[in-house]
Design a protein around this ligand. Structure first.
Ligand code: NOJ
Ligand code: CA
Length: 734
């Protein structure tokens, strides 16, 4: 009996079960809040380093979670469904470089909440109050680093109040990893980033921020446990800071860990800071081969802002955006924004409010999920036109502006019209000062007209039913007759026309998350799913957790496949839906450091292998110790082999003909040659196949040019390595 009581009390003390409702990301509008600069709901937590005058931009200004709770009704009044809060983990208690960590990006304890902002209890209350209003909370989490290594608290790190290390003491224990060449313990000790590519990008300090060694087992669990606390306390998603500076393979295991701890499908997006959409940046292969979560649309923001603030042409904007979106498997999961805490606000670039409204409207109608930076609705500006920290002024609350009306109107339209959320994206007409594009999903469509030239009377061919359609922003009418549309577009305006027809067959528009492993919860959103039905995943029926006409949640079943992407669809009384793709990982994957001795190897190298996790090429980093390496999520103890490819990311990759093999472990140093094959002479279909014949040996492909297609979803080329992987499956299936 006493034990039962203890369990009962423990259940009350532990973090709550997690978010109770799921929000379809594509149907959402996100509001980005810098907690310290939003609203002071509790003056007793303002100090130390508090500036009541709000004149020193590097001090705390009093905003907190209680203030945010008080203002949830205001945020809701804008039509917002998700609130992204700046990092709220406990930050350093000193100044560093003359600044307090009011922004939250200098954490020291990933299991506690910063005392200037609140407690776990306040966070849970925030979640609860948001849920009451039909909203949910996205947490900014910072697993790349703790705090400055050579200022402030010198990288001090705590585990729920217990001091673990600091940067100087950690250095005493650090040793050189023989495979990566990194000097490391809890942190990396490889200086600051000076070369913005390869090894340094991930293994050196970003602006002196003590860089975590995620491959240390303590760090690995610590960072995962810290984020799990937010999941258990009800966060519905995460914005992950600085993903460019961590191994993708570790991040994949991090995301999977969070999915496995959540009671609803989670939405995670990463910050990969790159303001240039150029194909030569490593961002390109991050998209092309590593579509594992959403990313903030940083590379296209400047071009959008410049086109509206200055003289950019819509013709080139249209072309560049189409190309950008084409690199994603799910372009509607990109996270679009106009202003942010890292950039000069648009109104400082051009104070013309019409142009600002146009840029905002575009951000909310392009493929992707729009983010509204706090105060965009009330025309907040950066002090003296400067960026960080002057783009973080104290919030001014005003939801009666024209900007607020546009945000609210387009947020409502997103709920009503599925084309904004799930539709494809096609330019109908583009010239220097005029752009018309359309979005279509099933029988829902949107036409967006953007005019920064003179007033115009326009006519275009349009396949909508005859009738009059009213633009939601200015109330301008468009008449359609016999496939021809006529309307008037005033100077400096955006017009948004919509049409909603009936969709009879089930149509899936969204899958969240779109990379997962057996047991994870995944949501399919769309239209006409009916009252009940089945979800088929990789040929297997999945367990359905929730079914409604526009949302189905299922658990990923165990599927045997060597492909990274598996097919998902719905069968209901309304018929069979379109097929969508889910990136698939096997159970219990760990971040495996895969190392290959560099003798006889040179060039820009990649590996591709015989497991679903390795079926798309992954770039290798060259180590100073003579190895090539990367981190791959693989199930522990599984033997695997890889083929080495060569080529620049934006070119076709060529097989070097070299094959290596090993067994997945925390570190796997691969041996040359394919996996040893069984020496059995039997030809029985129930035993492992004899794959040693030269015709199917991967090494026999030497000199041939096995290539990757570079297509999105272009899973694996007809490489012999992969054929070998498939053979046992084919035989087993008879
Ligand atoms: C990116 C964040 O957006 C920025 O504000 C921060 O300073 C750096 N990451 C480091 O955490
Ligand atoms: Ca790093």
């Amino acid at each position: 009996m006493r034990r039962l009581w203890v369990l009962f009390v423990l259940a009350l003390l532990l973090p709550q079960a997690g978010a109770t409702s799921f929000h379809v990301p594509e149907k959402s509008v996100i509001y980005q809040v810098m907690v310290d600069r939003f609203y002071d709901g509790n003056t007793s937590n303002n100090g130390p380093f508090y500036d009541p005058d709000h004149s020193n931009y590097r001090m705390y200004w009093g905003g907190d979670l209680e203030g945010l709770i008080e203002k949830l009704d205001y945020i809701k009044s804008l039509g917002i469904t998700e609130v992204w809060v700046s990092p709220i983990n406990d930050n350093i208690n000193t100044l560093a470089y003359g600044s307090a960590p009011y922004h939250g990006y200098w954490p020291r304890d990933f299991k506690r909440i910063e005392e200037h902002f609140g407690t776990w209890e306040t966070f849970r209350k925030l979640v609860e109050e948001a849920e009451k209003r039909g909203m949910c909370i996205i947490v900014d989490y910072v697993p790349n680093h703790s705090n400055p290594a050579s200022a402030g608290e010198f990288g001090k790190l705590y585990d729920n109040g217990t001091l673990i290390t600091d940067y100087l003491h950690d250095a005493e224990k650090a040793v050189i990893n023989p495979y990566t060449g990194s000097r490391e313990y809890i942190y990396h000790h490889n200086g600051g980033i000076s070369e913005w590519f390869g090894f340094q990008l991930k293994y050196a300090n970003l602006y002196d921020l003590a860089d975590f060694n995620q491959h240390n087992p303590f760090v690995d669990s610590y960072l995962k446990e810290g984020a799990e606390l937010f999941v258990k306390a009800g966060a519905c998603g995460f914005r992950i800071d600085a993903v460019k500076h961590m191994d993708l393979g570790w991040l994949e295991t991090f995301y999977l860990d969070l999915y496995s701890h959540s009671s609803v499908p989670l939405f995670i997006y990463g910050e990969y800071y790159n303001r240039d959409p150029s194909r030569t940046d490593d961002l390109y292969f991050f998209y092309q081969y590593s579509n594992v979560t959403s990313l903030l649309s940083i590379p296209i923001r400047d071009e959008i802002a410049n086109t509206f603030a200055y003289g950019g042409s819509f013709e080139s904007l249209a072309r560049d955006l189409e190309e950008y979106y084409s690199t994603f498997v799910y372009p509607n999961k990109a996270v679009n924004f106009l202003d942010s805490h890292d950039l000069v606000r648009f109104l400082n670039m051009n104070s013309n409010k019409n142009r600002f409204h146009m840029a905002l409207a575009l951000t909310m109608t392009l493929p992707g999920i729009p983010v509204i930076y706090y105060g965009d609705e009330s025309y907040l500006v950066s002090k003296d036109g400067k960026g960080d920290p002057y783009n973080r002024p104290m919030m001014v609350f005003n939801n009666t502006t024209e900007a607020a009306r546009i945000i609210r109107t387009l947020a409502e339209l997103r709920k009503q019209n599925d084309a904004l959320a799930y539709g494809d994206f096609k330019t109908v007409h583009a010239e220097y000062s005029l752009w018309v594009f359309r979005r279509d999903f099933g029988n829902h469509s949107i036409i967006v007209v953007v005019n920064k030239g003179d007033d115009k009377n326009l006519s275009l061919s349009l396949d909508w039913e005859d009738g009059t359609y009213t633009d939601v922003i200015n109330g301008i009418n468009m008449t359609v007759k016999d496939g021809n549309a006529i309307f008037y577009a005033p100077k400096d305006s955006v017009l948004v026309f919509h049409r909603e027809g009936v969709q009879k067959k089930p149509l899936i528009g969204s899958i969240t998350p779109y990379s997962a492993q057996p047991g994870n919860l995944v949501a399919l959103a769309g239209v006409s799913f009916g009252k009940t039905g089945k979800v088929i995943v990789g040929g297997k029926e999945a367990q359905v957790v929730n079914w409604s006409d526009d949302l189905v949640i299922f658990r990923v079943p165990e599927v045997e496949t060597s492909s990274p992407w598996i097919d998902v669809y719905i069968k209901s009384n309304y018929g069979e839906s379109n097929h969508v793709k889910l990136r698939h990982y096997r159970k219990d994957v760990i971040p495996v450091l895969v190392a290959i001795k560099g003798d006889n190897l040179q060039g820009y190298l990649w590996i591709r292998g015989n497991t679903p996790e390795l079926a798309e090429p992954r770039p290798l980093i060259k180590s100073s110790t003579g190895y090539y390496f990367t981190v791959v999520p693989l199930p522990k103890g599984v033997p695997f082999e890889v083929e080495i490819l060569d080529g620049l990311p934006w070119e076709r990759l060529t097989s070097t003909g070299k094959v290596y093999h090993g067994v997945a472990n925390w570190t796997a140093v691969l041996e040359p040659g394919p996996l040893p094959r069984p020496t059995t002479t039997t030809t029985s279909a129930t035993t492992a196949p004899d794959t040693t014949s030269s015709s199917s040996s991967p090494s026999s492909s030497s000199g041939s040019s096995t290539t990757t297609t570079g297509q999105k979803g272009g899973i694996c080329g007809p490489s012999s390595v992969l054929l070998i992987a498939l053979l046992p499956l084919l035989k087993r299936r008879g």
